[in-house]
Design a protein around this ligand. Structure first.
Ligand SMILES: Nc1ncnc2c1ncn2[C@@H]1O[C@H](COP(=O)(O)OP(=O)(O)OP(=O)(O)O)[C@@H](O)[C@H]1O
Ligand code: NI
Length: 308
């Protein structure tokens, strides 16, 4: 099947006064219709920057290179300019559930009006507001509130409803379960899954590997701005290939509940070789060269040692 989204060589740099932040480097990804791709990795590894780059939402100190295309459009999302993105892409072709919607949902309109106007802007019946809120797990009775009157979890669900309003074929959900308690987490994940089962694609950005395990078809692991492993979810959860992936899985409460020692490197001073080497128990002299491949490691895990 043709890919819905194709990203090649995506690289994002932020210019600071006296340093450059290498936020995303040479990232290739594809997402098919009906696929739920989970992008996982520790805080600061570039997940939100990836989402914002695709939607033209990065601040002025960012430089973006590479290419990103939707299957049905000739435009390069990274080059097409604000007007095209605002008119034809954001909300319509690609919906975004932003991270921390409590801070991004501002304005003086009540939830119902916000949602009704968004539906109308996408050519849908504004009367569907209550229905779409319910789909997102938000009690329609809470739509009379202003954004600043919403709890973090309610704002999260309103943001989800707003992203669903345009029925975009691709939904990017950046930590969509933040601030939600367990039943609502599951409701939101199942909602994303049902979007995919209806033919849409979802790029789910999450810290929560248990969430990814519940719903993802494929998993991409980011470390220090690069994808270090990308494969089918069932294979990944059975036997990750990258030592970093194994570390993430072993940190889960129902596995070893043991966090990975140490910290990711500074994105302003990345090593030339493998960025994970300083934290890795398999490091050798070979790791001074940058590893490549779908498991970007000179000493990937195999067979029995995988979850040892
Ligand atoms: N405008 C900016 N200027 C400089 N650096 C930035 C800017 N925006 C983001 N960064 C840096 O880019 C890196 C990646 O940030 P990003 O928000 O993508 O992380 P993340 O993986 O989404 O983390 P989290 O899981 O905490 O949301 C971080 O080191 C961050 O500090
Ligand atoms: Ni983020």
């Amino acid at each position: 099947m043709t890919d819905l989204l194709t990203i090649s060589g995506l690289t994002v740099r932020f210019q600071l006064r006296d340093a450059v932040v290498e936020a995303v480097t040479d990232l290739d990804l594809t997402v098919r219709p009906g696929e739920l791709l989970a992008v996982v990795g520790e805080s600061g590894c570039g997940k939100s920057v990836l989402a914002h780059a695709l939607l033209g939402l990065l601040p002025a100190n960012a430089t973006v290179t590479g290419r990103a295309h939707l299957a049905d459009g000739p435009v390069d999302l990274l080059r097409c300019g604000e007007k095209t993105l605002a008119k034809t892409i954001r909300g319509r072709r690609i919906g975004l559930i932003p991270q921390s919607p409590a801070t991004s949902l501002t304005g003086v309109r009540r939830g119902r009006r916000l949602l009704a106007e968004t539906l109308k802007a996408h050519g849908r019946d504004p009367g569907l507001a209550d229905h779409v809120a319910e789909q997102a797990g938000l009690d329609p009775a809470d739509l009379h509130r202003y954004p600043f009157e919403l709890s973090g979890g309610m704002a999260q669900r309103l943001a989800t409803a707003l992203a669903l309003a345009g029925e975009p074929p691709l939904l990017i959900a950046d930590e969509p379960t933040g601030g939600l308690d367990r039943p609502l987490v599951e409701h939101t994940l199942d909602l994303l899954r049902s979007r995919c089962d209806g033919g849409a694609a979802v790029l789910l950005i999450t810290h929560d590997l248990a969430a990814a395990e519940r719903v993802a078809d494929t998993v991409a692991v980011m470390y220090a701005g690069r994808i270090v492993e990308h494969r089918a979810a069932d294979e990944f959860f059975r036997g990750p290939g990258h030592p970093y992936s194994r570390g993430l899985l072993n940190a889960l409460p129902d596995r070893e509940f043991r966090p990975i020692a140490g910290h990711p490197p500074m994105l302003t001073a990345l090593p030339e070789g493998c960025a994970f080497a300083a934290r890795c128990d398999r490091v050798t002299a070979a790791c001074a060269r940058r590893p490549t491949g779908t498991v970007a490691c000179h000493h990937p895990l195999t067979g029995a040692e995988v979850l040892a």
